[in-house]
Design a protein around this ligand. Structure first.
Ligand SMILES: NC(=O)N[C@@H](CC(=O)O)C(=O)O
Ligand SMILES: [Zn+2]
Ligand SMILES: [Zn+2]
Length: 443
């Protein structure tokens, strides 16, 4: 028999306190019905916000190929600690996840690890080369049931290939997740093109390189009648284009990363490549536009773009360093600090952008292991408990990701994950991984 848990005094969506009884992997009772649960293990949830388990549409778990940076195991441990019960693993691995064989391998590694559901993203093009469509149908039909396709790291820049990909995924109700970057406008680019790039002497990356692709792709999605998801929006102009497209009825969704909601290009003055990321950190005006877009629903999801890199790829001069920063363990703290404490969003909004919307976009909100479901009786007990007022200092050395390239080392965040339940089984309790968890118990 599996353990029953009584989460006492938690606040679902940050609203009125109640008790939640977790039994047989599901939410068995709420409120008065939960109170007389005998022999249940009690979790003191006083003051904690209960959210549906977080869903990340955008993480780089690096396996296969760069196990020195991260593995499915280490990455999903980081995910659990960050409050996630489901992560999408990007396809820019080695070999690339462009066949049924590779996506099944990643999916199986996730199952065996047992820390969070792993949904592999399938590549759009063979080898991410941008010329030939990958075997999208075979990946969709595989055990991994791929629904999100992306060449992330690379842009699907050929409009004919993009059109074909959008047409193809309609047959499986899939979505193309685009890394919007016109490569001809960003050759050699190192940081946002603007005042700061001119002053520090690093090659600029113009906002139009992103916006031109976002504009093209919403029009292609409209023409084809297919679903488009735009990854890591970074400019005010991109937010405007997505807002326009939604008003027009185009089936587009969009993502913002935590770092683009808090950091700016001013940080490049340090020449510390910890701040080097793709797309680049932009201006304060862009940050403000992204925050407004997330709050008003123009931007549908927060995706971490967790991009671990080993020390040797970051401890070098700016121009030689890899693009990317880790994010799974700090995402909730940043959204809490930037969006909730400032009054821009409620915890119900956080549940929408970090759980419900990403699950719906990836079509994992139904089926045998649904994610992003409401906190209601009968639903799977995927639950994240957050201490909304807990201040904590990010300590890179204490992170469980195999890589330590976080830009937030030494910074204080307010709002911390205290517990994560994956189908009724705690992966995190008291802010720590539950190591005794038998791998795969949630199968
Ligand atoms: N975001 C990054 O700076 N890097 C990502 C690729 C990507 O998301 O485009 C990576 O794979 O390292
Ligand atoms: Zn990308
Ligand atoms: Zn990415």
């Amino acid at each position: 028999m599996t353990t029953r848990y009584l989460l006492q005094g938690v606040r679902p969506y940050g609203e009125d306190a109640t008790d939640v009884l977790v039994e047989e992997g599901r939410i068995a009772a709420l409120g008065a019905g939960a109170r007389d649960a005998r022999d249940a293990q009690v979790v003191d949830g006083a003051g904690l916000v209960a959210l549906p388990g977080l869903v990340d549409l955008h993480a780089h778990l690096r396996e296969p190929g760069r196990e020195d940076a991260e593995t499915v195991l280490s990455g999903t441990r980081a995910a659990a600690l960050g409050g996630f019960t489901s992560v999408h693993a990007m396809a820019n691995t080695s070999p690339v996840a462009d066949t049924a064989g590779v996506v099944e391998q990643v999916w199986r590694l996730g199952r065996d690890a047992g820390w969070a559901d792993v949904h592999p993203v399938g590549a759009v093009s063979h080898g991410l080369a941008g010329t030939q469509l990958a075997e999208l149908g075979a990946m969709a039909a595989s055990a991994a049931r791929v629904r999100v396709f992306s060449d992330d790291g690379m842009c699907v820049h050929d409009p004919v290939l993009m059109r074909r990909a959008l047409e193809y995924v309609k047959t499986v109700d899939g979505v193309i997740a685009q890394h919007a970057q016109e490569p001809r406008l960003t050759q050699g680019s190192q940081m946002h093109e603007g005042v700061v790039s001119a002053e520090v002497g690093l090659a600029g990356w113009p906002a139009v390189a992103e916006e031109a692709i976002v504009a093209r792709d919403v029009l292609l999605a409209e023409h084809v009648g297919s679903r488009l998801h735009v990854l890591h929006l970074s400019t005010a102009g991109s937010v405007e284009i997505v807002r326009w497209a939604k008003e027009r009825g185009i089936d587009v969704t969009a993502e913002a990363t935590p770092h683009h909601l808090i950091l700016t290009d001013e940080l490049a003055r340090t020449y510390d490549p910890i701040f080097k990321v793709n797309p680049p950190l932009r201006t304060q005006a862009d940050v403000e536009a992204l925050r407004a877009g997330l709050a008003d629903g123009t931007i549908d999801t927060v995706g971490t773009d967790h991009a671990p890199h080993p020390r040797e790829d970051k401890d070098c001069e700016w121009a030689a360093a890899a693009f990317g920063m880790t994010g799974l363990e700090t995402a909730l703290g940043i959204i809490s600090t930037v969006m909730v404490r400032s009054g821009r969003m409620t915890w119900r909004d956080v549940a929408r952008v970090m759980s419900q919307a990403p699950a719906r976009i990836a079509r994992i909100d139904a089926g045998d292991r649904p994610q992003g479901r409401p906190l209601e009786v009968g639903e799977p007990a995927n639950i994240t408990l957050v201490a909304p007022d807990e201040a904590w200092v990010v300590e890179p050395a204490h992170m469980v990701s195999s890589s330590t390239n976080t830009p937030y080392g030494g910074h204080e965040l307010v709002g911390r994950v205290r517990a994560t339940f994956l189908r009724g089984r705690p992966t995190v309790l008291d802010g720590r991984l539950v190591e005794a968890t038998p791998a795969g118990a949630a199968r």
